[in-house]
Design a protein around this ligand. Structure first.
Ligand code: FAD
Length: 343
């Protein structure tokens, strides 16, 4: 029984798990996913209000954009998610959104993390939350993987789907197997940074604006605002609305090392300038995206790179291609193609 560990329960990790299970359905294979956070999603996360878990907001990715060049190649992925009701065409009004020919947009009625959860369910993998991998060492021809919570286990194959700077922070033999040129390439991968705010409201609160989301170009802090439930087309009298705010990248970079508690009121002040009559929320969540979207991918955008053959260790994710749904599909498909030959 080959034991595979996937590090990270974001879109790339969950897709890898599902595709690997389907590709090797007849072979004895144990797949485990270790995730440092308390839930699945990564940058496709959906947060719940503290006062009503049915009131949710997507703090990272907002919608899925199908570019014409991937429409055919990834058709089966879109069909699967549409047929399960995970994706629905975007019909709400997004002000300031660039309209490109042949491009289609989709929303997720149950929140963007439902995509990741769908693939995790399909994979049959064992998922371990609050398992941040800190050290990976060679032991008796296998990988011995440790988390900083004292958890340790051995695997035949390890797949890293975490942002590239976090790969470079891992300790143990994994740090030594990265050769000089790979390290240089990995160090050159870069990401933008920004903050996101989720505002959660009591049921019955009215937010009277003629749009579901809006790109802002005239504010030094805020780049995007979404009435999240309206964007996802789920307006219900029993569940309060939610608002998502994304800051601009320059604001994110300028305040990157600030405490979240100090940044949150700054963003709220700017929000008041843009939407002076916005009601008081019941609760607010502020999220720092240190690694938001890839600004420079790994040279050649290979989707994945193999760091070690025996035992196998491969890394992928949007850092190896580009930051969106199609990029993560490409990365996961190339990881699985590489793994199939080694398992
Ligand atoms: P991640 O989602 O980052 O997953 C990696 C996972 O690894 C995370 O869950 C993390 O907690 C975990 N992890 C990290 N270190 C460790 C460790 N040491 N041990 C264990 N686990 C670890 N894409 C779109 O398609 N449409 C959009 O509209 C869109 N908008 C975006 C807006 C924002 C603000 C952001 C931040 C991203 C947006 N994106 C969008 C990009 C998209 O979210 C990402 O490209 C995609 O989610 C990346 O998935 P991933 O699995 O490669 O990485």
């Amino acid at each position: 029984m080959a034991r595979v560990l996937i590090v990270g329960a974001g879109l790339t990790g969950s897709l890898c798990a599902a595709l690997l299970r389907r590709a090797l359905a007849r072979r004895p294979l144990q797949i485990a996913v270790w995730e440092k956070a308390r839930g699945a999603g990564g940058r496709m996360s959906t947060s719940r209000s503290a006062h009503d878990p049915r009131c949710t907001a997507d703090l990272g990715a907002q919608y899925i954009t199908r570019e014409p060049e991937y429409a055919q190649k990834h058709q089966s992925f879109y069909e699967e998610l549409l047929s399960h009701g995970v994706l629905k065409p975007l019909t709400a009004k997004i002000e300031g959104m660039a309209i490109k020919e042949g491009v289609e947009n989709f929303v997720t009625p149950q929140g963007i993390s439902s995509i990741v959860k769908h693939y995790l369910n399909e994979s049959g993998a064992e998922i371990f939350f609050e398992h941040p991998v800190t050290r990976i060492c060679l032991k008796d021809g296998k990988w011995e993987v440790c988390s900083n919570t004292g958890f340790m286990d051995q695997f035949d194959v390890v797949v890293l789907t975490i942002p590239v700077p976090q790969i470079l922070q891992l300790q143990g033999d994994v740090a030594n197997i990265i050769n000089r040129s790979q390290r240089q390439q990995l160090e050159s991968v870069s990401y933008s940074s920004r903050y996101a705010l989720g505002l959660f409201y009591e049921a019955g609160t009215q937010i009277d604006v003629p749009w579901a989301a809006q790109y802002i170009s005239s504010n030094p802090c805020i780049r995007f605002i979404s009435i999240d439930n309206k964007k996802r087309n789920i307006e219900s009298p029993d569940i309060g609305p939610s608002v998502v705010v994304h800051t601009s990248v320059p604001f994110g970079i300028e305040h990157l090392e600030w405490d979240i508690e100090k940044v949150q009121p700054l963003i709220l002040e700017h929000l008041k300038d843009i939407m002076p009559v916005l009601p008081e929320p019941a609760s607010v969540k502020c999220q720092k995206w240190r690694y938001s979207q890839v600004t420079k991918a790994f040279l050649g955008s290979p989707g994945q790179i193999t760091l070690n053959m025996q035992p196998f260790l491969v890394c992928g994710g949007d850092g190896f291609i580009h930051s969106n749904f199609d990029g993560c599909i490409e990365s996961a498909m190339s990881i699985v193609a590489t793994l199939k030959s080694s398992l």
